[in-house]
Write a protein of this length. Structure first.
Ligand SMILES: [Zn+2]
Length: 322
């Protein structure tokens, strides 16, 4: 890897330029609302965008719409110690944001700004607020503090309550086009990588593509594809493939990743099939994959290997080269 953009040095990602221009124009014309929901799929850089916007609000001398990076406020933000900036995150990744954390926000909003400017709070990911936290936030939205901006960064806005959504302005971030993502990814990932394949395997989400490269999940996905190829020509059996899958380390932490891989493969086979007759069974198989995913995510402690043996056996019946 040749170079890595870190949150401290990057402003916003190239595919966010128009969102940035729009919001900064609203800030400059004093039209920015007191609460925004920055929504869009995971791994496209919304949190980074929110942090930069927060810094822009606090900076004493923005340059060309961007935070200057040199003033006292910018230094405080960079040191993660700005008293007028509050980040509200779950205690652990994947856990809920709890009500006591949102109560901190209440105190933060009611106090006057310590540096004499704006106060900005970033909630990430906003959908991970539990019910009590979400109710506490609602009070905050009903009585917004003066010169206080709330940024709710959210992957799944449908999981926010309708009342919260109605009290914030929604800013939607789409998955960038390949034309926007490719130059950035090849710059940070290095020219030797297969950029299009990386983007394909990450559904076009550039930060996920980078993550795939950093962990070995891309390699693991390739070997999974090879296992399926072997299965399709009867060089392997569902039992053997299920055993091999169990041995893949990263799947311990994320057992549904391989279901997603299989889902995408089947979906792309359906697209290639052009209604040749097997589509209905294929669609039914996709439903089975969704069910299997739910089962794997449940707390029912399922027998993972058994689930895989069955999925692979069915897959082999459906897709084997005759
Ligand atoms: Zn500054």
């Amino acid at each position: 890897m040749s170079e890595k953009i870190t949150p401290a040095t990057a402003m916003h990602y190239p595919w966010q330029a128009s969102h940035w221009a729009q919001l900064v124009a609203q800030v400059e014309q004093q039209l920015i609302p007191h609460a925004l929901i920055l929504s869009g799929p995971k791994h496209i850089g919304k949190y980074q965008f929110a942090l930069t916007l927060a810094q822009r609000m606090l900076c004493e001398a923005p340059v060309g719409g961007y935070p200057c990076g040199h003033c006292k406020q910018c230094h405080l933000v960079a040191a993660n110690s700005h008293p007028d900036m509050l980040k509200i995150l779950p205690e652990d990744e994947g856990k809920a944001i709890r009500v006591d954390t949102i109560r901190e926000l209440g105190d933060f909003s009611s106090k006057t700004s310590q540096q004499g400017g704006w106060k900005v709070a970033v909630i990430y990911p906003a959908e991970s607020m539990n019910l009590n936290a979400s109710n506490a936030l609602l009070k905050n939205l009903e009585e917004p503090g003066q010169n206080t901006l709330l940024l709710l960064v959210c992957h799944e806005p449908a999981r926010l309550s309708a009342t919260i959504r109605s009290r914030c302005r929604m800013v939607k971030f789409p998955v960038p086009s390949a034309i926007e993502a490719r130059p950035w990814l090849s710059q940070v990932a290095g020219q030797h990588e297969d950029i299009d394949q990386l983007l394909d395997h990450s559904d076009g989400r550039p930060l996920l593509a980078l993550k795939l490269l950093e962990t070995d999940s891309l390699e693991q996905r390739r070997s999974f594809e090879e296992m399926l190829d072997d299965l399709a020509v009867r060089r392997s059996t569902p039992l053997l493939v299920a055993e091999k899958l169990m041995a893949i380390k990263s799947l311990d932490k994320d057992p549904v990743a391989a279901v997603d891989w299989l889902y995408r493969r089947v979906a792309s086979d359906i697209r290639a099939d052009h209604g040749e007759g097997s589509s209905r069974l294929m669609f039914r198989y996709l439903d089975r994959l969704v069910q299997a995913k739910k089962l794997l995510q449940s707390r029912a402690n399922p027998n993972v290997q058994l689930i895989w043996e069955e999925l692979l056996l069915n897959w082999q019946h459906l897709f084997i080269k005759r």
